[in-house]
Design a protein around this ligand. Structure first.
Ligand code: ADP
Ligand code: MG
Length: 391
């Protein structure tokens, strides 16, 4: 047993008496490139990180749920069938756990009650997908505890179902697939149309390069409404593209290429054209990122992160002055290969590729200047890539 496993196991014993039957770890993730491309069936390239949610679990035979969260220091007891939250209801930590039982039962799997302890070090609500890590961990734990013959891919879909069907968040499949199927040393290239996923070797550690997530400390207040607006704009742009190219099968903006952009520019209003151009060029950047990683060209990868940010800022309009500052300050530090906002935007985090020898200077300078200019306390997380859920 690793030290982490011993700690989780010990916590379970202290809470419930006796050992857990299963112990599962599922990691958070940072999206390296491919932003806002998931809902147009495009490509994303997340990296699973060395921050994770743990679940220690023991099945029961009386239908009861006894749940303990180490992070919240709280216990919850329930009996009966968990029911999805109603619209507007604020999700609590236990809802993600009960939602996993609901999602598996919804698909006909026999899941009884259980005792479970949850613990983790993925920052909550920071855009590193602690919720997906939690849902994946609980789904994996239940599959094992109740001997359900479900493969890893399907468990990732059940984990998403917890968020879409029980919690009420319309998320894509990226976070759950990353948490379930990520591989240390690799990013995960996901085709959001087919949901095929393939590991892509990063080679960053051998080259002395770290992935640093910088939290802007800016609340994502506008994120939800802007997100819905972008989704709608993409649908309108797709309709226009269909009229423009009637002979082609265009299901989403994924079906457009860079060659199509001049014609689109003439046919679409400026704003809609810019939205479409971001999606088309961002899908191209993900493909290019995979190609340059194949040659070990991390400098080129950094450049792609930089152009992704420009596109998110100027064409997709999901950045803020604070995120722009964080990116600009980062790039001014020698040894920074690239930086961009990651996640939906309007606050949240940036992802940075930084030479390890420059890490101390990077953290100090960016945090100091960002505070001086914006008054906000940015926080940094130096990440290593990690394996997906293990059980
Ligand atoms: P994100 O997924 O970006 O971290 P969300 O708001 O989607 O943010 O999910 C965060 C929520 O997930 C938390 O508020 C909490 O309810 C739940 N959660 C995540 N990790 C844990 C944990 N280790 N223990 C208990 N609850 C957790
Ligand atoms: Mg989440």
């Amino acid at each position: 047993m690793t030290a982490a496993e011993q700690q989780i196991s010990g916590g379970f014993r202290a809470q419930f008496g006796g050992p857990p039957q299963v112990l599962v770890r599922a990691p958070g993730r940072v999206n390296l490139i491919g932003e806002h491309t998931d809902y147009t069936e495009g490509f994303v390239l997340p990296v699973t990180i060395n921050r994770a949610v743990w679940v220690a679990l023991r099945p029961r035979t009386d239908g009861r749920f006894r749940l303990y969260s180490q992070n919240f220091g709280a216990t919850v007891e329930r009996a009966g069938n968990p029911e999805p939250l109603v619209a507007g209801q604020h999700p609590e930590w236990q809802d993600y756990v009960l939602g996993a039982a609901w999602a598996l039962r919804e698909h006909g799997h026999r899941v009884d009650g259980f005792d479970a302890m949850i613990a983790g070090d993925v920052p909550l609500g920071a855009g590193l997908s602690s919720s997906a890590a939690l849902c994946v961990a609980v789904c994996f734990a239940l599959a094992r505890a109740f001997a359900l013959p479900i493969d890893v891919r399907r468990l990732a879909f059940y984990a998403r179902r917890v968020e879409t069907g029980y919690i009420g968040v319309q998320c894509g499949i990226m976070d759950q697939m990353a948490a379930a199927m990520g591989l240390a040393g690799h990013a995960l290239l996901i085709d959001c149309r087919t949901t095929e996923a393939r590991p892509v070797w990063l080679g960053l550690e051998a080259r002395g390069i770290a992935i640093v997530v910088a939290d802007s400390a800016l609340p994502r207040t506008l994120a939800a409404s802007a997100y819905n607006q972008r989704v709608a704009e993409c649908i309108t742009a797709t309709d226009a593209a269909r009229r423009l190219f009637p002979a082609r099968a265009i299901a989403t903006l994924r079906d457009l290429q860079e060659d199509d952009l001049p014609a689109l520019a003439r046919a679409l209003p400026e704003t809609l054209f810019r939205r479409a151009r971001h999606i088309v060029t961002e899908n191209g950047r993900v493909q290019t990122a995979v190609a340059v990683l194949g040659h070990g060209d991390v400098t080129a990868l950094g450049g792609l992160l930089n152009s992704s940010h420009v596109s998110l800022r100027d064409d997709y309009a999901v950045s803020t002055p604070e995120l722009d500052r964080l990116v600009t300050l980062a790039r001014a530090v020698p040894g920074v290969l690239g930086a961009r906002l990651t996640g939906a935007g309007f606050g949240g985090c940036t992802v940075n590729l930084v030479e390890r020898t420059a890490l101390a200077a990077f953290q100090e300078r960016v945090i100091d200047r960002y505070r001086a200019e914006t008054g906000r306390p940015a926080t940094m997380l130096v990440c290593r890539s990690a394996n997906g859920a293990a059980y």
